[in-house]
Design a protein around this ligand. Structure first.
Ligand SMILES: *[C@@H]1O[C@H](CO)[C@@H](O)[C@H](O)[C@H]1NC(C)=O
Ligand SMILES: *[C@@H]1O[C@H](CO)[C@@H](O)[C@H](O)[C@H]1NC(C)=O
Ligand SMILES: *[C@@H]1O[C@H](CO)[C@@H](O)[C@H](O)[C@H]1NC(C)=O
Ligand SMILES: *[C@@H]1O[C@H](CO)[C@@H](O)[C@H](O)[C@H]1NC(C)=O
Ligand SMILES: *[C@@H]1O[C@H](CO)[C@@H](O)[C@H](O)[C@H]1NC(C)=O
Length: 204
């Protein structure tokens, strides 16, 4: 028990230092193909020191008023695998929770096994972050190494960028927001409110 918790705290300490190189601040712009969505992402309270990535101009039950765009950073590591162009280095999306003292936070994906979207959430530290990357156009992507559509699935093709982002009405810990979401697999989300979007970094 003691050893297990010691190992856990060692892992936590190691991963907390791993992505320690931070970028200049930027906003994240969310756009749909038809132009109906052209917004930025904000950090919306969704529990103690937890935030959803909500659309700044959205008007939902838990956020009836527009909010300010969040200022994000991208943390990378000198130890991470070298980037495979046109993708840049892999890293974690970070944000500093304005509190006393400020709390460095990073995005993890929250999965619900009953549906086919994951909801990105900002939480303290970087214990279980989602590894992300930006391409040469500044578009946010997830890198995958496995071809799950092959029979049998294999990892022969090398890293590939996936852009399965959606803007959806989501529900997390009792909060209803219009947030960024990630589609699990190539199919359409079950959630009827989801609209396909691109997420682009714009330095401030
Ligand atoms: C990101 O990097 C900065 C600079 O090293 C560090 O202060 C911050 O804690 C890191 N953020 C996270 C969530 O690890
Ligand atoms: C990040 O950690 C590495 C290895 O511990 C160290 O060499 C580097 O200076 C650190 N970078 C920052 C910005 O703290
Ligand atoms: C995202 O951007 C790519 C070009 O980089 C474009 O082909 C695609 O249609 C865009 N998707 C959306 C949802 O805007
Ligand atoms: C999105 O809005 C910005 C201003 O907030 C504008 O400059 C840009 O042209 C718009 N893009 C689209 C595709 O409508
Ligand atoms: C948000 O939506 C509600 C319900 O439709 C409406 O009453 C309210 O005026 C809206 N708020 C803003 C700031 O547009």
């Amino acid at each position: 028990m003691k050893i297990a918790s010691l190992i856990l705290s060692l892992i936590a300490a190691t991963s907390a230092q791993y992505y320690n190189e931070t970028s200049a601040p930027f906003k994240l712009v969310v756009t749909s193909k038809d132009g109906s969505i052209n917004d930025t992402l904000s950090a919306c309270h969704t529990g103690a020191a937890l935030e959803s990535l909500c659309l700044s101009r959205s008007n939902t039950t838990s956020k009836p008023n527009p909010s300010n765009p969040a200022s994000f950073h991208f943390n990378t590591s000198v130890y991470a695998q070298p980037p495979s162009p046109p993708l840049g280095p892999s890293g974690i999306l970070t944000w500093i929770l304005p509190s006393i003292p400020p709390i460095p936070s990073s995005v993890f994906f929250n999965y619900d096994p009953t549906t086919n979207i994951a909801v990105p959430i900002l939480g303290p530290g970087s214990e279980s972050p989602q590894i992300l990357t930006f391409d040469n156009l500044g578009k946010l992507a997830v890198q995958g190494y496995i071809d799950w559509s092959a029979n049998p699935p294999n990892g022969n093709g090398g890293p590939k960028a996936y852009y399965r982002w959606y803007a959806c009405q989501t529900y997390y810990a009792g909060y209803q927001y219009e947030t960024l979401a990630w589609g699990l697999g190539p199919g359409k989300p079950e959630n009827p409110t989801c609209v396909e979007v691109n997420v682009t970094r714009v330095f401030v």
